[in-house]
Design a protein around this ligand. Sequence first.
Ligand code: DGT
Ligand code: CA
Ligand code: ZN
Length: 576
Amino acid sequence: MKNPQVASVLHEIADLLELSGENPFRIRAYRRAAMNVEAIPKDVAAMGEEELFSLPGIGKDLAHKIRQFVDTGRIDIHEELQKKIPRGLLEILRVPGIGPKTARLLFDRKNVKSLEELEALVRSGRLAGLPGIQAKTEENIRKGIGQLRKGMERFPLGKALPIARGIVDLLQEAVPRARFALAGSIRRWKDTVRDIDVLAAGKKPEAITNAFVGLPGTREVLERGATKSSILTVDGIQVDLRVVAEDSFGAALQYFTGSKEHNVRLREMASRRGLKINEYGVFREADGRRLGGREEEDVYKALGLPFVPPELREDAGEIEAAIEGKLPGLVSLADIRGDLHVHTKWSDGAHDLDAVVGAARARKYDYVAITDHSKGLGVARGLTEERVRGQIAEIDAANRKAKGFRVLKGIEVDIRGDGTLDLPDALLSELDIVVASVHSGFRQPGEQLTKRLVAAIRNPYVSVIAHPTGRLLGEREAYPVDMEAVIAEAARHGKALEINAYPLRLDLSDAWARAAKRRGIPLAVSTDAHILANLDFMQYGVSIARRGWLEPGDVLNTLPFPKLARRLQAMRGKRA
Ligand code: DGT
Ligand code: CA
Ligand code: ZN
């Protein structure tokens, strides 16, 4: 049992309680517990009831239920609720604009038990007329279904990867001698994935399949076969398992990692050399002799190529680079020396400075930049000039205490609607790093948005533009800013752009990060953490950097502190 599986079931209990019209406090208790289980780095399966009880937001009763779930794969109340409430209502609850009351009403009055039935009802025009459902509501529900259908096509990596890793761990525990790996887009760290692809090989293929179809957190077994099985998790994500022969594991991993476009190119190369590659191995056309396939490297070696990291396998020039021996030496998580965008209690972060410093040090960082919001962001308790001064004093004190670690004085200054900044230059000049970003007026014409970003880049004290396109995966498109122009301006002034590692942002995207690198712009890979656990989002930011072909030298926060400080100083001199 793994934390994502436990969290999913707790979330689902909360949903089911909501559908049964239960007490909101009880519902909130389950939600809070689910979020806490998601956030803690320790395995809940390894905790006793006492230790679970000591976690924030987990009472005696919940500690007992979690323990029960870990031990037996079931929770009584979950089983009872499932008997009472049809599964399809959970899906209906996910339609934007439909709350538990409406879902329940649809069920009670029209016997709607699934998304399909709801769609049919909407199509037939029999939705209006129900109490509380006006023409406007009907229209909203119609739109909501469309949105959900669209969103269901892909999941953010930040949601799918923890679930996928949990699944692989559980399978590995169930069949310790078998070999497991993630494949497909999730192994290539694509920012969104359609499903989770898992590959397995072992002496007892049947045991692998049994473990897979019996995984906790499974809503439905879609397919069960000797070499291919599929399940749907309670989160609505499909997981495909392929079981292959042990000596084909490498070839199958290469094949099922894709991308399809990358593999097509490799097969063309192979065929020109009189070779054939498929999911079973590498073969010589002439006599059918097998040249390898146990390890993934075998495939690339047979073609005379170096190993191509999965993040690059998009047929975006990596094959040409591999042929010429010019693959980039990609940046990795271990190269990251600090986080340059973190919030504290001073604005809308959850923790105080000491806690953030402790968490950054625990991740072996050399520094962290504290970048709380500026005053214009009232909802986030943005800092006035006076409060910035108060924070400066606190950071100075922290730096006097801290040995071998530096706290950078920073701000996430709001770029106002007219392109001016929310705090005066004189104050910004006292800080080590100024991160500037847009938080309002997304609906402005692209031209105005571009002007705002360009103006911010021109301010001598701005160091980094944070989440430059404003996209929120599955929720909001990038705003219509002219990124080419922004990149050109950043290049002109030697300013950095951010790869925001928050899983719903991943902004810049991989493609824009690569475009920025081509112009020699340094990238800051930052988490924008608001709680300590968010510092672990760094892995997603690094994956975008890698998919953007970035090397350590392209990433600002791979620099050791003294070099970083000099670099940030130099940015201020570069006014065109
Ligand atoms: P996704 O699922 O849309 O996020 O992206 P992928 O790349 O994971 O695509 P998926 O799950 O359909 O297939 C996984 C990999 O398996 C894919 O990257 C390449 C390989 N593959 C699957 N079907 C085919 C096929 O029909 N032809 C070839 N050449 N490769 C395939
Ligand atoms: Ca896939
Ligand atoms: Zn932020």
